[in-house]
Design a protein around this ligand. Structure first.
Ligand SMILES: Nc1ncnc2c1ncn2[C@@H]1O[C@H](COP(=O)(O)OP(=O)(O)OP(=O)(O)O)[C@@H](O)[C@H]1O
Length: 273
């Protein structure tokens, strides 16, 4: 485990071991976000996100996690500062980034297949090609056999998977996920977490996810960025060193996993007590 305590939010001034070998796909420099001229949501955020890594944004409610994710997606403009993706400044959404919405953002009148293919449809990909690609990712997220169902016929977890299949189908480099497991029960959540680890291995994408769950962040992440209460600043960067190749239940019982959860909780509880 590698815990970097930051006296200021210049996070990448103290890279974790092994990080030097990875290049940054997203660079965040001096981001401030002030809503309505008075609510400072984010203050001087400086971060690099490494290609192929899964990073979680964790922190108390209202600390600016979703704000940061939306700025990275280009859905929200920062008040000052810059985000670069593959070295190019972000001015809006782009094809190299796909946002998986918390509320699924599925079209209720369209089938799973059409919903999963929707990003490709927007890009003008032919019907045959987009359905072929959508079928592949529907299978990859574990929804084979549900191609012709409608969103109301699916559980929350399944709808979330359709959103993920849609994001994967457009072949974005970066998948931005806002609390992807919040609307599902514990069993589904665990299964989905395991699937995400597997998918990450297959797809080699860069994943960024917002979560409220310390356990989830530790289980899934290569890096955890802990934000302080509003105004959100980078308080700590944690690099879990957990071997995720074994049995998921056994991983959740390892001392490394449990100690890290305790350590992060010890840091966070000062904010909530
Ligand atoms: N459109 C807006 N106008 C004004 N204030 C906003 C707006 N959106 C968010 N905020 C405020 O900015 C702060 C950060 O909000 P944000 O949703 O990014 O936090 P969060 O960490 O994702 O919260 P949660 O964990 O509760 O989802 C909060 O205090 C919120 O009330």
């Amino acid at each position: 485990m590698n815990v970097t305590h930051l006296s200021e939010s210049r996070a990448h001034s103290a890279p974790a071991a092994g990080d030097a070998a990875r290049d940054a796909i997203i660079e965040v420099e001096g981001i401030h976000k002030i809503y309505g001229g008075s609510v400072t949501a984010l203050e001087n955020i400086n971060l690099d996100f490494h290609r192929g890594a899964l990073t979680s944004l964790l922190g108390p409610s209202g600390c600016g996690k979703t704000t940061l994710l939306k700025i990275l997606a280009g859905l929200l403009q920062p008040t000052s500062g810059e985000v670069r993706v593959n070295g190019t400044p972000v001015t809006g959404p782009g094809p190299e980034r796909a946002f998986v919405f918390q509320d699924f953002a599925l079209m209720p009148w369209a089938t799973v297949l059409r919903n999963a293919a929707y990003g490709l449809e927007l890009r003008g990909v032919s019907l045959r090609e987009r359905e072929e690609r959508a079928r592949h990712y529907i299978d990859e997220v574990g929804l084979s056999g549900f191609e012709d169902k409608y969103p109301h016929e699916l559980s929350g977890g399944m709808r979330q998977r359709v959103g993920l299949a849609r994001a994967l189908a457009v072949d974005a480099d970066v998948l931005l996920m806002d609390e992807p497991f919040s609307a599902v029960d514990e069993q589904t959540r665990r299964k989905f977490q395991e699937d995400l680890i597997r998918l990450r291995e297959i797809e080699k994408k860069t994943f960024l996810l917002v979560t409220h769950s310390i356990e989830e962040a530790v289980y899934l992440s290569d890096r955890i960025v802990l934000l302080s209460p509003r105004p959100g600043r980078v308080a700590q960067i944690v690099t879990p060193e957990i071997d995720r190749s074994g049995d998921p239940d056994a991983i959740r019982r390892t001392p490394e996993y449990l100690d890290l959860i305790d350590e992060i909780w010890a840091g966070l509880r000062t904010y909530v007590e």
